[in-house]
Design a protein around this ligand. Sequence first.
Ligand code: PLP
Length: 386
Amino acid sequence: MEIQCGIGCRLICLRDYHQIRVRLDVSKRAYNFCAGPAALPEAVLQRAQGELLDWHGKGLSVMEMSHRSDEFVSIATKAEQDLRDLLDIPSNYKVLFLQGGASQQFAQIPLNLLPEQGTADYIDTGIWGQKAIEEASRYGHVNVAGTAKPYDYFAIPGQNEWKLSKNAAYVHYVANETIGGLEFDWVPEVGDVPLVCDMSSDILSRPIDVSKYGMIYAGAQKNIGPSGILVNIIREDLLGRARSVCPTMLNYKVAADNGSMYNTPPAFAWYLSGLVFEWLKEQGGVAAMGKLNEEKQRTLYDFIDASGLYSNPINLTDRSWMNVPFRLADDRLDKPFLAGADERGLLNLKGHRSVGGMRASIYNAVDINAIKALISYMAEFEKEHG
Ligand SMILES: *Cc1c(COP(=O)(O)O)cnc(C)c1O
């Protein structure tokens, strides 16, 4: 039995207490536009809540299991298989679940793939591309083969402008610059040279052809799961090339040979990522997400472009589907804009401290209703202040 009370909460008989608690908690959830750690699907959080104390009748939480137990190995294996299904990962690729985030990959990549006397080509499209370049430069020769600098980082330089090396060990680029809001909608052609891609903020947002890459990596906390875990999809022939000084824990081959369990993995983050992969499959997979994400970004950019108060400076074909930075015509309005947004439960719209302005991150778990709520607030604010 359910009774609606005067202030909107519902009373219910004790038997259903657990369910109503769950429902009330959901009703309190805000629209979260955080760049990362970012929104997770509600269904996933509820599932994790339901399994928290007692996973599948085993009488313990995933956090309390041995990572070597049959239970956890089944969780880990299923997560990998679901990711393989979602991205159609060919069998000659390993899927690694690693720690240290994308930032650690910036060092790990040259330690594993760049011979001491070799050269690696990097493309500079923004802050993350630059961080990768800076870190790799500590380990060997880096050639910045292409840069968005001449475009003030508002456009991605076409490949005809790149100067790739003759014998690069690999070519590195960032598929989506999470802070600047630029995204490749094409895959570089680099022949036989391994293409290495930081897909931290747009993996699983639309279909990709994994076979075009030597390695794809992505920190989980944008479009996969909670922070603390990173996915690395790496072609098998790239394993076993690490320098002798490469720490054991950073050696891709060691991770691959040990099923990403050379030491204790971030088990709970792995489990939650697995729940997100299951959820994505239920939504119709990456192709379905791609359609939804196309509509979401189009709706938001169309509104911004038509407005007199808000603007986005990025070249039309290079605009990110996942991170939409925008400015108000007068930055003295930033504060009241953010305060009003907070009041309406539209959270984390403040742009990155290095660029200012606003940014709406609209990953897979942020649905079209969040976009509509945001636009409705932006229109209302513009009426008052425009
Ligand atoms: C967030 C992000 C990073 C850094 O990730 P960490 O897990 O914090 O190290 C690197 N690259 C891109 C594209 C990102 O979005």
